[in-house]
Design a protein around this ligand. Structure first.
Ligand SMILES: [Zn+2]
Length: 130
């Protein structure tokens, strides 16, 4: 589809996010989860943003969520849909919505992850309606 033909730059990986991108290369979505307060967060950080604990661990995400908000960039070539998706595990991540009719998107719509190749890096998680 046209919107996925957009060239996606390789993600910027850091020591904190390396496990996330290694899993991404295998098509697995991970979320950092705090073992002190039990909440999951994204982007992955070594310190829990909710309670300040450094006791965090990686957990598998089912890769399903709902659209929290979105904006269609119609003047881009090709157009694309920038979105915040709230995962079933709790965290909200900035992403793109792909393989869909932009006019049919709505807030709260259920979506699932699709891995989108990047220019020389691991694939990035984007989402499509389910
Ligand atoms: Zn916490």
């Amino acid at each position: 589809m046209a919107e996925t033909a957009r060239k996606i730059p390789a993600p910027n990986t850091t020591p904190e996010t390396a496990p996330f991108w290694e899993a991404a290369a295998k098509g697995k979505l991970l979320v950092k989860t705090c073992t002190t307060c039990g909440r999951a967060h994204h982007y992955p950080r070594p310190i829990c943003p909710f309670c300040g604990s450094d006791r965090t661990e990686w957990k598998d995400s089912a890769g399903r969520g709902v659209i929290y908000s979105y904006s269609v960039m119609r003047r881009a070539t090709p157009p694309y849909a920038l979105a915040y998706v709230t995962l079933d595990e709790g965290p909200t991540m900035m992403t793109n919505l792909v393989d869909c009719d932009f006019d049919a998107l709505r807030i709260g719509q259920p979506v699932r992850v699709v891995w989108t190749p990047t220019d020389g890096g691991p694939p990035v998680p984007m989402f499509t309606p389910r």
